[in-house]
Design a protein around this ligand. Sequence first.
Ligand code: 2HG
Ligand code: ZN
Length: 463
Amino acid sequence: MTSRPLALDSLCARLNPWLKERLRTDAEALAKVAVDESGLPPGRAGAVVFPKNTAEVARIAAEASALGIAVVPRGAGTGKSGAAMPQNGELVVDLSQMNRLLALMPHDQYAVVEPGLITGDFHQAVAEVGYFYPPDPGSWESCTLGGNIATNAGGPRAVKYGVTQRYVWGLQIVTMRGDVLRFGRRSIKGVAGLDLTSLLVGSEGTLGIITEATLHIVPAPEAVETAWFSFADLFAASRAGEALFAAGLVPRMMELLDQAALDTVRKVAPFRIPEPAGAALLIEMDGSPARATADLERAAEIILAAGASDSALAKNEKEREAMRRTRRLVSSALKEAYPFKMSDDIAVPRSQMVPLLEQAKAAGASTAHLVCAYGHLGDGNLHMNLLARSAEERQHAGPLRHRIVELAVSLGGTISGEHGLGLTKRELLPLEQTTSVIALQRQIKQVFDPQGLLNPGKVWPDV
Ligand code: 2HG
Ligand code: ZN
C-alpha cells in the first residue's frame, strides 16, 4: 500500500503541533533518509519524524495507521540491503534520538538500551564495567543497536560468540496500531510462551518498531591475541582455516581477504600488509592470558604447516586494532574504487567454503567480472563483491550474482548470512525457501500488521 500525499499532509498537520522541528519534510532531511549503504538508487520519503520516547512512537504509529500511511523505521542507515529505505513517500520514523543506555546490570548480565544507541558506544559502556557485548558488525562505530537487532547483525566475533540474536533477551515494540508490547526476559532463563523476541530479531522492521531492548552481556575475556597470515591464494587460506577447526581450536575471529581486497585496502590500511600476498587470514584467540597465547601459538603452527607464507603477530592493542581496522576498511575501500559494486553476504557450512570459492571465482572468470571474496571465513559467511565501476557494469553482473547465490544454496547455505533481505535480496528468497514457508511468513506479518503499513515491500518477494 502506498501513501497518498493528501493523507500525508493530514498526518503532518496532526503531528506538527507536538513534534514541531522533529517532523521534517524539507528536501535535505528527506534525501538523507532515502538511502542506505546498499548502493541502490535513492528511494523516496514523504516525511521523517524523530521521536524521543516510546509514547511518541506509539502515537505516531496510531495516527499513521488511522490515515493509512505507511511507515519505515530507521536507525543510522548503515544497512546493506535497503531494509530501512522508504520507497513510495512513506513516513520514516528515525529512532536515532532514542539513544539512551537505560540500565547496566553486570551481575545480572544484562543491559537495557534504546534502539538508537550506537553499537560502539554500547561496547565502550559495557567495557567500562569489565563486561563484553560480542556482536561487532563492521559499521559498529556508526550503526545502532536497533538496526543490529532488526537485521540480526553478525560481525567477525560471531565465529565464537554468535550473532545478535543470542544476546537479545527481551524487547519492547510498538505495533502499527500503536500498541506497546513487552516480551522476553531479564533472567538467564525464561521459556514462557512463544519466543516472540526471536521472531522480531531479524524481522527488518516489518512486524513492529523496536523501542527498547534487553541485551545480554558477558564477562570480558582477560586477553586477546591477534595475528595476520599471508598465503599464495585464497584456496590455501581457506584450507588453513579448516585445519584450525579440525584441530579443535575455536578462534574468536577468522577473517579472509583475497587478492582484490588486499590490493584495494592496502592504500588506506593502518596495518602494513606484507607483500606479495594472494590472500590473508586475520585470526584472534581470547581467554586467560596463558590460554590466548597458547591457542594463538598453536594456531600459527597449524596455519604455517597448512601453507601460509608469512605471519605477523600483533604486539599490543594498537597493533591488534590496526589489523582489525584494515579488515573493516575493505568494504569502504572497495566502494571508493568501485562505486557500483554489488555486495552479498552468502553463507555455507564451513566444509563447503573451498568448493564455493572455487566455483564462484571460476564463474567470475568465465564472465570476465571481477569477483572479490572477503569476510567471515570462520562462519562460512563471505562477502562476494561483484566489482563494478558503472551502473551498466553493475547491471551486467546481475546474472553472475544470481549464479553465485544459487551456488551457495546448492551447497547447503543461505542467500543472506548477516545483512538481511530488505530490497536487494527479497526476490531471491524463493531460491532458499518454499512457497509455503514464504506464505506462512506473510500470515505472521498479517497478524502483526493487518493493513500492511509497516515497512512495506521488504523481505518477501512480490506476489
Ligand atoms: C563487512 O564484513 C561488512 O565488512 C560489509 O559486513 C560487507 O560491504 C560488504 O560487502
Ligand atoms: Zn560482514
